[in-house]
Design a binder for this molecule. Structure first.
Ligand code: 5BU
Length: 250
């Protein structure tokens, strides 16, 4: 059975600065846990970030669901990220031409480029949509059909899953998805973050499907689990995902 490379050993193989920083941070902090901070007020977001900060490598945000988004929030959130040493991933899922994506990334009410370490784009318009955003941008790819598919129920034909995410992955190196066929063994410079994780497999009543940390890290060879609504048990997820590296079944 081939040895699974440690996250730290993979940092030199990362495709960009954000990927390298993330792999180093995971190794040093011994955490491959990301929390999806899906709350609707700034106060809740800051409280959650401060509480889970010591456990996580990445805080995943959706700032467009906040009822009171402000620049002040982003300054405070950055301070908490520095204090606990985690990266901020705004799960924006851009989906337009490069010129528009650049404007949405840099401007508008959110100015995501100013405070996030990582963001992502759907591959619906093709990988070119994020090429105008600069080398250090920490852009992650989300599968081209993710809008319809995400991690929820309902299958799409495998032919529609193939191209866009593969190409952008080659250029951008961080990948958020639930069920793409690629594994870290195929290229240890890529980072795979997987949402839809809870203590036991199952789902919510709107079609979300859950896997366990061991399914994701050991069986499917992903790198980071993303836990949202199940996060009441943060410590458990962290140790289970970390220990699951040792039980890798490539
Ligand atoms: P949950 O509460 O653990 O179900 O939250 C999952 C989070 O991951 C949530 O922020 C979603 O927007 C995000 N997500 C997902 O659930 N499934 C996907 O395929 C992708 C993102 Br891409």
């Amino acid at each position: 059975k081939p040895k699974r490379l440690a996250y730290g050993e993979r940092a030199v193989l990362a495709q960009n600065a954000a990927g390298k920083k993330l792999l180093d941070l995971m190794e040093q902090k011994k955490s491959n846990l990301s929390v999806a901070a899906d709350v609707t007020t700034s106060e809740e977001l800051l409280k959650l970030a401060d509480a889970v900060g010591p456990e996580i490598c990445v805080l995943k945000t959706h700032v467009d669901v906040l009822s009171d988004f402000s620049e002040e929030l982003t300054v405070k959130l950055r301070a908490i990220a520095e204090k606990h040493d985690f990266m901020i991933f705004e799960d924006r899922k851009f989906a337009d031409i490069s010129n528009t994506v650049s404007m949405q990334y840099e401007g508008g009410p959110f100015k995501i480029v100013d405070w996030s370490d990582i963001t992502n784009a759907h591959m619906v318009p093709g990988p070119g949509s994020i090429d105008g955003t600069g080398e250090g941008a920490g852009f992650a790819a989300t599968c081209r059909d993710e809008l319809q598919r995400n991690s929820s129920t309902g299958r799409v034909p495998s032919s529609s899953r193939k191209n866009g995410c593969g190409q952008s992955r080659l250029r951008h190196g961080i990948h958020l998805h639930k069920s793409c066929a690629w594994a870290q063994a195929a290229n240890p410079g890529f980072i795979h973050m997987t949402p839809g994780v809870q203590t036991s497999a199952g789902g919510d009543d709107l079609g979300q499907q859950y896997s366990t940390p061991e399914n994701v890290i050991a069986d499917r060879q992903r790198d980071i689990i993303i836990v949202g609504r199940g996060i009441m048990h943060a410590g458990w997820y962290r140790s289970n995902a970390w220990e699951s590296q040792k039980n890798s079944k490539p």
